[in-house]
Design a protein around this ligand. Structure first.
Ligand code: BGC
Length: 758
């Protein structure tokens, strides 16, 4: 049904229109009965439905309806599986339809700049391509059920410290290539019905009143056509926000924002058309939902099983020295650590789900007499309890294998504040060391929303990273430990050895007013690779119980123009003994040398399932954007001509196959010719090169003559040295060193300008 929104708008009073631009309460938009505008609800997300009925809050304090807690984004990103994320979205969408929720708030796509950000567990990755692909799939899934999403938190909200006031200071290239890129594909491909602006400022301007972000980039460049809502309480200046493109203020605040809008329209400060546009956008999304309602029911148990499948696809096997899988019907196994009994499977704050049931690792092995349990540490306080350690050491030494369930307690990471260090509780590190003294076969199962320092990594034989893996995380972990399921997740972020290795270390959190993103585009593996640093576990790393062989890389073309696409084919074979899935990663390394770039950047990936002995050829596509960087001089994406290395890898540090590709680009940098233009700039530009080449050749001749072997000049400076210096000189230096008159120089510049314009 097509609604005539203009007709509805014409019927609305100024007060009613202003009223549509803020919530009725914490979770509802306003309805207007006389005009047939229904009241709709929005709820958190992103990894489950947090529908609150009575007492509402945005910090996860008050109860919400019992629901399924799916694995959080830090885990699901490790699946590198677009279809899986779509399935998660569809499942959430069905729950929303059943509960009459018009928009589920998420996914959250902010880049993990530092492992310390308290909310990293809700975010996907340190890599914008991966984050955006995961988010787009999540959005498509939810919206396939005619329920809206709210892509959040737009933008550059990468820390919790002073999140409501601090300004993220970011240069344009970094903003576009890293922080906005995470949103870009999600908007263009996923087409979310709404976007949630963040609390913070970006380069001084609040995100909630940032015209450049909310209108110029989001709508005009990316084509977003839904409504923008504020994060809860993110509005600073309501009228300025509306003008910038921030349509809906949340939560409702008894009309305070509305009256500011009314006043501004009445006084002529705000054009009524601006208000009309915002109202139309909001009505459009409301009616798309109500006119396509598919009320239904959903089965909690069925969704619990889906959550379990998602968890199994997401868990990452970090280390395995011939210890996993365990034979749980034969081996005597000690499960140690309170997390075995009470897993940490989600984070604190607005995304907190009232999980209707939780399956711990102990639940999953119930009835198996081979498995014994000791608590080992207490989650209540971070002190070493001698009695608990003693008991754990005892069962460890009486067993064939000790599996220690470790990780960060709730208080260590949450929305609203950042971590102050990257360490596990000292009681857990101490416990692991004690167990290692009596038992060489140790596996550690980690529960954390973001990387931790792993000081005992070389001493244990196995490490399984669960992240915060939803209410079924215990069963999923046991299925992997026992080999019922072959692990297939790979890390969506780097695990540095220690916090100070992280590129944002010196600037993270800032001074309270501003935080400088001084590391620029070198975030995560982009930095560690460029610096050739050792890391604990690299981006893209994850083991399997089987092995995969990569052969036959083939490019559909060896040379392309910047507007053409190229397909990369590669054959993957399961060379081990177990059915498994491999995540094949495609990176590009820019060899043109024209601009500073990371060693390599992820540009595509695919996950493929193979039975033993089976091989499949996978195909991944690259397009103009894969080769481009953001060039502030042209305010656009820019491709340099030259050679690019195409890298097919099993992780960012496990390169399997490479091939080179020539790209011929039509892109040209604007060039101005003035006295301070350097000779090397003129040599780089193909139009000015022939003109300046003459001069260079003369110079070369002159230098050669002066530096003939044995001459005094040759002892002081070689011809090559002199030439390099010459290249760095500006045109004006011709007056001083080459006896060119100013008139001759003006003439030379005229000829160069002509060449440039022809
Ligand atoms: C969070 C959002 C959340 C909102 C509503 C805010 O504090 O930043 O992510 O959707 O509350 O609960």
């Amino acid at each position: 049904m097509k609604r005539d929104l203009n007709a509805i708008l014409r019927e609305m009073t100024l007060e009613e229109k202003a009223g549509m631009c803020s919530g009725k309460d914490f979770w509802h938009l306003k309805g207007i009965e006389r005009l047939g505008i229904p009241q709709v609800m929005v709820s958190d997300g992103p990894h489950g439905l947090r529908k609150q009925s009575d007492k509402a809050d945005h910090l996860g304090v008050n109860e919400s309806i019992p629901a399924v807690c799916f694995p959080t984004a830090c885990a699901t990103a490790c699946s590198f599986d677009r279809e899986l994320l779509q399935k998660l979205g569809e499942t959430l969408g069905k729950e929303c339809q059943a509960e009459d929720v018009s928009v589920i708030l998420g996914p959250a796509v902010n880049i993990k700049r530092s492992p310390l950000c308290g909310r990293n567990f809700e975010y996907f990755s340190e890599d914008p391509y991966l984050a955006s692909e995961m988010a787009a799939a999540h959005i498509k899934g939810v919206q396939s059920q005619n329920v809206g999403t709210s892509l959040k938190h737009f933008a550059a909200n990468n820390q919790e410290y002073r999140r409501m006031s601090c300004s993220s200071e970011i240069d344009e290239r970094t903003l576009r290539e890293i922080y906005l890129a995470a949103f870009e594909t999600a908007v263009k491909e996923g087409k979310p019905k709404t976007v949630m602006c963040s609390y913070n400022r970006v380069n001084g301007e609040f995100a909630s009143e940032n015209h450049k972000l909310l209108t110029k980039i989001l709508r005009e460049e990316w084509g977003f056509d839904g409504y923008v809502m504020s994060d809860w309480g993110a509005v600073n200046d309501r009228v300025k926000g509306l003008e910038a493109g921030m349509d809906l203020e949340m939560p409702g605040n008894e009309g305070r924002g509305d009256s500011k809008i009314i006043e501004a329209v009445k006084s002529g400060k705000l054009k009524e058309e601006v208000l009309d546009i915002a109202v139309e956008r909001i009505l459009n999304v409301i009616f798309q939902y109500v006119d396509n309602r598919v009320p239904g029911e959903f089965d909690l148990e069925e969704h619990h099983e889906i959550a379990e499948k998602i968890a199994e696809e997401s868990i990452v096997l970090l280390k395995n020295e011939n210890i996993l899988p365990l034979n749980i019907s034969e081996q005597k196994i000690a499960f140690i650590g309170e997390f075995a009994e009470k897993p940490r499977f989600q984070g604190g704050g607005s995304s907190h789900i009232n999980a209707y049931k939780v399956e711990s690792a102990l639940d999953a092995v119930k009835g198996n007499e081979n498995v014994v349990y000791a608590k080992g540490y207490s989650l209540k306080e971070d002190i070493v309890h001698e009695e608990l350690v003693k008991e754990a050491v005892q069962i460890a030494s009486d067993s064939d294998v000790a599996v220690i369930f470790a990780g960060l307690p709730d208080s260590f990471e949450s929305e609203g504040y950042d971590r102050s260090h990257m360490k596990l509780p000292q009681s857990q590190n101490a416990l692991i060391e004690e167990i290692l003294k009596v038992q060489p076969n140790v596996v550690v199962v980690l529960h954390n929303g973001s990387p931790v320092e792993i000081p005992w990594a070389d001493k244990v034989k196995g490490i399984l990273e669960l992240y915060l893996c939803g209410q079924t995380s215990g069963r999923a972990a046991v299925n992997i430990l026992s080999g019922k399921v072959n692990p297939s997740g790979k890390l969506a972020e780097t695990f540095p050895i220690k916090l100070s290795d992280n590129p944002s270390y010196l600037n993270f959190q800032g001074d309270g007013q501003k935080v400088h993103y001084a590391e620029g585009i070198y975030v995560g593996y982009r930095y560690y690779d460029k610096k050739d640093m050792e890391v604990r576990y690299p981006f893209g790393h994850g083991l399997s119980y089987t092995t995969f062989e990569y052969t036959d890389i083939h490019l559909s073309k060896n040379k392309i123009t910047d507007t053409e696409t190229v397909s990369v084919e590669v054959t993957i074979k399961n060379t081990g003994k177990m059915k498994g899935k491999e995540i094949v990663q495609l990176y590009i390394s820019d060899k043109t040398g024209a601009v500073g770039k990371p060693e390599k950047e992820l540009k595509n990936f695919v996950k493929v399932e193979l039975i033993p002995g089976e091989q499949k050829t996978v195909v991944m596509e690259l397009n103009r954007r894969s080769f481009a960087y953001y060039e502030p001089a042209v305010s656009d994406w820019f491709v340099n001509s030259g050679t690019y290395e195409i890298i097919v890898a099993a992780s960012s540090r496990d390169i399997r196959l490479t091939q080179t590709l020539e790209v011929v680009s039509e892109d040209r940098l604007p060039m101005e010719i003035h006295w301070n233009t350097t000779i090397s700039e003129l040599l780089q530009n193909e139009r000015t090169r022939p003109v300046i080449m003459n001069l260079v050749e003369n110079e070369v001749k002159k230098v050669r003559e002066q530096t003939q072997e044995g001459s005094v000049a040759a002892e002081a400076i070689t011809a090559e040295m002199s030439l390099k210096m010459f290249e760095n000189s500006p045109l004006r230096s011709y007056r001083n060193f080459n006896n060119m008159t100013e008139n001759q120089l003006e003439e030379l510049m005229r000829v160069l300008k002509n060449a440039l314009n022809n």
